[in-house]
Unconditional design. Sequence first.
Length: 215
Amino acid sequence: MPLHYHQHLEPTGEIGLWQITETETELYATLDLSAEEERQLARLKGHRRVEWLAARHLVHQMSGRLSRAHFTKDEFGKPHLQDSDWQISISHSRTVCAAIAGPVAVGIDIQRFVPKIERIAHKFMRVPELESLEASTRLQHLHVYWCAKEALYKAYGRRQLDFCQHIHVRPFTYQKEGGQIRGSIRKGIIREEYMLRYFIWEGSMVAYALLLPLG
């Protein structure tokens, strides 16, 4: 299982992407799962099992450890690495999986391009965000907003967020080569600011978020 894309982030952190070609049997045979992970896997069906296994392989390869750290979940269902202070986030889109790890809150999302995103845009886009779209790149731009907001949702990690009301992405001009943007979580007294980056990889949009220090 080669790691197809691996990048270290500034000031610290890393992301990885992997094109899934292995079968479920191949993935399972080389993955040491905890009892709880076995129970989680048993609740999954079909291709979701392959994606689940692949994401754990990816994080292990990124870690550089000889022995794999098991995944645990907190009370909100957010994944964590056993015996690690680093935050992690994972995502998958059928034949591709993505992961990010860092010492601060992080989130990542990968999404294949689907025209139907237009039908749900009103559910996750704020008016200023909609006004930043241009006709020639509308589909790609919408996918950046969607992936960025998913990444922010995962980085926050405590659920109960409305994508329009609580998750904000600063309006920006879409760049086909990718770019850096800003986003925030605003809920009650909570104000969290994030750096976001987006790019296209293997025909899918990728966006990741890293929490910025206060001030």
